[in-house]
Write a protein of this length. Sequence first.
Length: 152
Amino acid sequence: MPEESLITETMRQAIGVESEPVFYDVEQWHIKRFAEAIGDPNPLYQDEAAARKTRYGGIIAPPTFFRALFPKEPPGDVNKGITLKRVLDGGSDWEYFHPIRPGDRIAATSQFASFDVKQGRRGSMLFIGVAIIYRNQFNEVVATQRQNRILY
């Protein structure tokens, strides 16, 4: 399949279109249970008295807590007509701006950020960049994730 035909007009139009938000109300026990589940004994995540003595002034969620906050898939039927059936996780890049605290309301959205085609040993590969944005109740971006999906 010619490279240029892998990236459709539908894909190009889908770039930057944000999904509807999914809202998550963060409670202290969620943070504590998450920290216990990942085996992280850091008092910032579990001990209010100890956490108050830190620069954060109270309990915060571990950075990996964002992995439990799923957005909807980005809008746009970009898979239509794609014959590539194998999918690889091309990794993620994260940026953190503000900690999540008990009482926060986090909105998770996603959008297609890029489409690119490269040639591999098995033929054409479609690289799909997806941006996930996490905002708090003040509409501040608290973190972003850039996922890379590879179809071949």
